[in-house]
Design a protein around this ligand. Structure first.
Ligand SMILES: N[C@@H](CCC[C@H](N)C(=O)O)C(=O)O
Length: 282
């Protein structure tokens, strides 16, 4: 079977996007694991399906590169909006996109038929420990021991789970050593995405992200929102500012209720891949 795909990225966080409006009945988890491989596959942080929806215009489904299903992805959803608009699925500049963490509203900035940026109403952050989920009485100031260090974590769900840690020297911080230990710590029953955050000034954060099911990525949209919310709550930044990631900058607003995130999305290439019958669901 031949599968057509589009490769896109949001600040270097890259995705394979596949139209599944007519259910292809494939083992998407196994496909994500194989197609996302950098050496033997197409190479990406995640696989994104365009599915039909009764709740929104379309439904975005996202698999991490290890084949696990994620509830939401802040960078993929901007790519999703650009994909739908520029490929002619919609003429609307305001879209409602269904996800496994509810419907998100997208506002596209379009110039001459080209989507320049996408602003996303990311909804409200979730702080209840059991909903994040985290096995702790509170979501703030959770102490955790990893690799002979005691770390202080703020846990937040942006539809998917995040652990935010403030650090002094982000560039030299051992993200690749501590990231997997925190991701898989027993405090987090569904594992967790980890944001290491350095405050630059009262409107600017720099972050590095260890993503659940992926590893360190160039950028994470939901992670940028979680890091910004935690920083506002700790009085370290004002309600509107920038999050600087390895792959570029996102603009975030947290009004005490909802989080809005704005940034770019880009096409990389189109392709076709032949897959064998072992991926077919019986
Ligand atoms: N890169 C994403 C988040 C993707 C899902 C995440 N790894 C998870 O498992 O929750 C983003 O931009 O938000």
């Amino acid at each position: 079977m031949i599968l057509e795909f589009t490769k896109m990225h949001g600040l270097g966080n890259d995705f394979i996007i596949i139209d599944n409006l007519e259910d292809k009945r494939l083992n998407w988890s196994k496909l994500a694991e194989n197609l996302c491989q950098r050496n033997t596959g197409i190479g990406a942080d995640g696989l994104v399906l365009v599915n039909p929806s009764h709740n929104g215009d379309y439904k975005m489904v996202i698999y991490n590169s290890d084949g696990s299903l994620a509830q939401m992805c802040g960078n993929a959803i901007r790519c999703f909006g650009k994909y739908l608009y520029e490929k002619g699925y919609t003429k609307e500049e305001k879209l409602s996109i269904d996800t496994d963490s509810g419907v998100k509203i997208l506002y596209l900035t379009v110039d001459n038929g080209v989507v320049q940026s996408v602003k996303v109403d990311m909804g409200s952050p979730i702080f209840q420990p059991e909903l994040i989920p985290v096995n702790a009485p509170n979501s703030a100031d959770i102490k955790i021991q990893v690799a002979q260090r005691e770390l202080t974590i703020t846990a937040i769900s942006m539809g998917n789970p995040h652990a935010v840690i403030f650090v002094e020297d982000l560039k030299n911080y051992p993200v690749n050593e501590l990231g997997p230990l925190i991701e898989n710590h027993p405090l987090f029953p569904q594992k967790i995405n980890v944001e290491f955050v350095q405050i630059k000034d009262d409107q600017t954060l720099a972050i590095r992200v260890w993503e659940r099911g992926v590893g360190e990525t160039q950028a994470c949209g939901t992670g940028a929102c979680a890091a910004f919310v935690a920083s506002v709550l700790k009085g370290k930044v004002k309600f509107h500012g920038e999050v600087h990631l390895l792959g570029g900058i996102l603009t975030i607003t947290y009004d005490g209720n909802k989080v809005y995130k704005e940034g770019p999305a880009a096409f990389v290439f189109e392709g076709k891949v032949e897959i064998d019958s072992s991926y077919k669901l019986i």
